[in-house]
Design a protein around this ligand. Structure first.
Ligand SMILES: C[C@@]1(CC(=O)O)C2=NC(=C\c3[nH]c(c(CCC(=O)O)c3CC(=O)O)Cc3[nH]c(c(CC(=O)O)c3CCC(=O)O)/C=C3\N/C(=C\2)[C@@H](CCC(=O)O)[C@]3(C)CC(=O)O)/[C@H]1CCC(=O)O
Ligand SMILES: NC(=O)c1ccc[n+]([C@@H]2O[C@H](COP(=O)([O-])OP(=O)(O)OC[C@H]3O[C@@H](n4cnc5c(N)ncnc54)[C@H](O)[C@@H]3O)[C@@H](O)[C@H]2O)c1
Length: 213
């Protein structure tokens, strides 16, 4: 069983070998994560050509050779030629994370199906058993956790900073974080107003405790 992680790729180089439909899907995910993408392929899908023309990715218009992996943190072998994909895995140095789109067994990692809502990431993997089921479950989760979760999570991110700054006592923080995480809180939609009230309640509680001592 794999170990799920969220990789921070900002400023790190990802080399994608291949420029077809599967490479395009992987490149979109890597772009969202802020990776520096180098694509190696003699031909590429129009959307990838456009990304290269716009400076969003670097396109080396050529066939793969092992030198292409220099300085890569992460490598995706996404050509339609099994032999080339295998050559990519052979060329990778120990420590480079390699994904091979037609060989789950040789992958250091699989790419899950993903729902993103601002800071919220929901990832679904079947470990290669059925990517189509991963896609179906991803779609179901997209319905359940709609766009409204983006604003809510952005609010929570801000609120977290405020609570950590203003509430010193660990129990109080826990009480507040649980209140903010409740679905009833989210649904009422008066987030800033209720946060201010909750913070005031905590201050009052502390004041009273201060008086007791
Ligand atoms: C989740 C997703 C992420 C992404 O790619 O971004 C992803 N595949 C997706 C879709 C998809 N892939 C395929 C179909 C056609 C239906 C079918 O075959 O079932 C569909 C469905 C479609 O396109 O609708 C075919 C396929 N996929 C792999 C093989 C090779 C093999 O199994 O040997 C073949 C056969 C190729 C052939 O025909 O020869 C291998 C892998 N695909 C993975 C990920 C990794 C395991 C993830 C997991 O199991 O959870 C793994 C192991 C490696 C990797 O790529 O990381 C993305 C959904 C994104 C979304 O919609 O949200
Ligand atoms: N993992 C997945 O999610 C998934 C899903 C569907 C298919 N697949 C597999 O992925 C493979 C690729 O699918 P696709 O639809 O993107 O194929 P595609 O035919 O659209 O694209 C293949 C790409 O590989 C490039 N290429 C070929 N030889 C190369 C070389 N020597 N060096 C560099 N680039 C080279 C081509 O120029 C092209 O850009 C399929 O053969 C299939 O086995 C994987």
């Amino acid at each position: 069983m794999g170990y799920p992680v969220i990789l921070h790729l900002r400023g790190r180089r990802a080399v994608v070998v291949g420029g077809g439909k599967v490479a395009a899907r992987k490149i979109h995910g890597l772009l969202e994560a802020g990776a520096e993408i180098v694509m190696i392929a003699p031909e590429a899908e129009p959307e990838l050509q456009a990304l290269a023309a716009g400076g969003m990715i670097v396109w080396k218009k050529k066939r793969f050779d092992p030198d292409d992996l220099a300085e890569a943190f992460l490598v995706i072998a996404a050509t339609n030629d099994r032999k080339v994909n295998e050559a990519v895995t052979q060329a990778a140095a120990p420590g480079q994370l390699v994904n091979v789109v037609d060989d789950p067994e040789r992958c250091d990692f699989h790419v899950p199906a993903v729902v993103r809502r601002g800071p919220l990431t929901i990832a679904v993997s079947t470990g290669g058993a059925s990517p189509a089921v991963a896609r179906r479950i991803r779609r179901e989760l997209e319905e359940k956790y709609g766009e409204e979760y983006r604003l809510y999570l952005e609010f929570l991110q801000r609120a977290r900073g405020i609570v950590l700054r203003e509430v010193e006592d660990a129990e109080g923080r826990k009480r507040l974080f649980q209140a903010l995480a409740a679905d009833s809180f989210r649904q009422r939609g008066r987030w800033d107003e209720e946060l201010a009230q909750l913070l005031a309640n905590e201050k009052e509680r502390n004041g009273e405790r201060g008086k007791e001592q």
